[in-house]
Design a protein. Structure first.
Length: 259
């Protein structure tokens, strides 16, 4: 991962080593320098700077909204973001009117003080675990840009943006692996919470009975903090799980056929 994790950015802001406005400018500079086809579909620079200024003012006044105040986040392009078009990776929706309101999860993250830097690409209507998009482009994962290795999907741009330091975290959706697959391929952590634990309002559905909204970030601890906010809960400290006696199953047949 090229950039700061959620907890690293939060720690720098809380300690005074940096501030939301500086961090957002560094993040926008990283986006400008490294954006590629299929990665950021919309860069919300004006909104990001405004939210960072508001965050910095709260922190100077001693009234931060919590641990995530001032931390930059990117959104999979199926969440409504007020004033921008929700394409869900498809040309079919490219001429749709801009969203009037933020999705519920966007509002919750903004209420926690997170700074929205833009929309990131995805597979069309979230219908693939590979990350390919023939309309807007497929971002290559950081570890093998030369041969343009697939990032995994469907939240492809979400994982690449975090790996490349263009956001501390990104929000994706997971129906059959669309937070977890690209996290695994890109060296991150993706979390799928229990279905319906996080509200789906303002998100283009793939399967209304199986969709879940979850974070993609650098660590389990980062995802745990984000998940608590998404679910409307207070973040709780993680308990260490003892590894003594842990047994892992390694498939030898069907799962690895053809690899």
């Amino acid at each position: 991962m090229n950039g700061r994790s959620v907890l690293q950015a939060a720690g720098m802001i809380q300690s005074g080593a940096s501030d939301p406005e500086k961090i957002v400018e560094e993040t926008l500079a990283a986006i400008a320098a490294g954006n590629e086809p299929g990665l950021f579909t919309v860069i919300t620079a004006d909104r990001a700077r405004q939210e960072a200024r508001q965050s910095a003012a709260r922190i100077r006044a001693g009234r931060p909204r919590g641990l995530l105040d001032g931390v930059p986040i990117a959104w999979k392009d199926l969440f409504d973001l007020a004033g921008t078009v929700t394409t869900a990776g498809s040309k079919v929706l490219a001429s749709a009117p801009p969203a009037r309101l933020d999705a519920t999860v966007v509002s919750r993250m903004q209420a926690a003080g997170m700074v929205s830097v833009g929309r990131v690409g995805m597979t069309e209507f979230a219908f693939s675990g590979l990350g390919l998009n023939p309309h807007y482009g497929t971002p290559a994962k950081l570890y093998d840009r030369k041969t343009a290795r697939i990032p995994g999907g469907s939240s492809s741009g979400a994982a690449v943006s975090v790996t490349d330091g263009m956001a501390a975290a990104a929000l994706g959706t997971d129906t059959g692996g669309s937070c977890r697959i690209q996290a695994a391929l890109c060296g991150l952590v993706g979390f799928k919470p229990t279905a319906k634990r996080v509200p789906l309002d303002g998100a283009v559905p793939l399967s209304t009975s199986l969709d879940s909204i979850g974070p993609i970030a650098a660590s389990v601890a980062c995802c745990a903090v984000l998940d608590a906010v998404l679910a409307g809960e207070e973040p709780r400290p993680l308990r260490e799980f003892p590894l003594t006696g842990l047994r892992l199953a390694v498939p030898q047949t069907l799962v690895f056929d053809g690899i």
